[in-house]
Design a protein. Structure first.
Length: 390
């Protein structure tokens, strides 16, 4: 096969770029090692920046998102037994976020690619990029006993943290920055009415909690747990009791519980690899950076990568201008690091750290006190939460 852009990874990042390029007549092939059903079975966050929502509409994938998604003007931070609201819309001059599950967003992208006859190849084995520093890079994958080759102009590595793309870059040509946090998030999805129409982030002496939602009949709740814990340690009854302990009394009293329909524990890490380009291969999304889920920057940071790549490819193929391709890594990383800072700060503000000193705990409390006595501090939080400009 021959194509212009070879994309590794069939998650939201790869699908969105494939769709955007196809709409502009830029040929691409997308390789995904799992089945479509497997990809759609992954339960992930669903808070979209206004910029990401606009990009979905540009990709002609926003109709169901706009119909079923919920616009949120703000969210709550519970602390010291009370609940304070961050007025996103008021503090940012009208910007909001859209709550829409990543699974549904991915389904919309798959449906759009199917309508356009997009070239997506599932269940591929042993995907490998080759000659990525040359002007003739290519991809190979195995189909049974046969090895298939795809010649392309550029390769996009959107295959996640554990994917092959970043690992294909020589170690002396890439630098990795990482912080692993000493706890995880236990998440429960339940078919129950959400306890609040807006998200509640809760700081408590027993640990962090989050009340989120996917719709008015589907709730997503999280609590901070030690990394040594397993799903078996947390039957539903124990989870609901612990969640209530970490919420203000009025919220706990209104919490509707029910059987979990999905339960998982996710470790937390901050990670950045730079540069995000090596030769004619470009990294995007989790292949290059991971954030803690606090503040919902992960999917949104990936969307900004796709925005920059899409416009750079457009300039290259339509105008013969390679300025965007040359600047991609620096431009993407500038926004990525700001997203990292915000996620790191919010994680430090809201979680209990087992090794914190008394000084650390006092600083954490002072940070919370300052946040809710300063409109400028709240405005900074809101500006980052709704999304910095692309």
């Amino acid at each position: 096969m021959k194509t212009q852009v070879g994309i590794i990874g069939g998650g939201p990042s790869g699908l969105l770029l494939s769709q955007l390029l196809d709409l502009k007549g830029i040929d691409n092939v997308l390789l995904e090692k799992h089945s479509r059903d497997y990809v759609l079975g992954r339960i992930r966050a669903g808070v979209l920046e206004h910029g990401f929502a606009a990009l979905m509409r540009e990709a002609e994938c926003g109709e169901r998102m706009d119909t079923e998604g919920e616009i949120h003007d703000g969210f709550f931070i519970a602390h010291d037994g009370i609940k304070d609201r961050i007025d996103l819309k008021g503090l940012t001059g009208g910007n909001t976020v859209l709550v829409y599950g990543q699974t549904e967003l991915t389904r919309d992208l798959y449906d759009a690619r199917a309508r356009m006859g997009g070239n997506i190849i599932h269940n591929v084995a042993d995907v490998q990029p080759h000659d990525i520093t040359s002007n003739a890079p290519f991809l190979t994958y195995r189909d049974g006993n046969e090895v298939i080759r795809i010649d392309c102009d550029y390769i996009i590595g959107a295959d996640g943290f554990h994917g092959v793309s970043r690992k294909s870059i020589p170690k002396d040509s890439i630098r990795e920055y990482e912080r692993v946090y000493p706890f995880g998030w236990l998440g429960v999805l339940s078919r129950t009415k959400p306890v609040s129409p807006e998200l509640i982030y809760a700081k408590h002496a027993r640990g962090f909690a989050l009340c989120s939602l996917r719709s008015q009949v589907l709730s997503r709740y999280y609590i901070q747990v030690p990394l040594t814990d397993t799903i078996k340690d947390w039957p539903d009854d124990r989870f609901w009791v612990e969640l209530k302990r970490r919420l203000p009394s009025d919220v706990a009293a209104n919490l509707i519980t029910g059987p979990s329909i999905e339960k998982s524990i996710a470790p937390l890490r901050s990670f950045v690899a730079e540069p995000m380009r090596y030769g004619n291969m470009f990294l995007a999304g989790d292949a290059a950076h991971i954030v803690p889920p606090t503040g919902a920057r992960g999917l949104n940071s990936a969307a900004s990568d796709i925005y920059y790549l899409y416009h750079a490819m457009l300039d290259h193929y339509k105008n013969g201008d390679d300025t965007g391709l040359a600047a991609y890594s620096d431009k993407a990383l500038a926004r990525v690091w700001k997203g990292q800072r915000f996620s790191w700060w919010l994680t430090n503000l809201l979680h209990q750290f087992p090794d914190n000193s008394d000084f650390d705990n006092h600083m954490q409390q002072t940070d919370m006190d300052y946040l809710f006595t300063s409109e400028m501090a709240q405005a900074s939080l809101a500006e980052n939460y709704v999304g910095l400009p692309f």
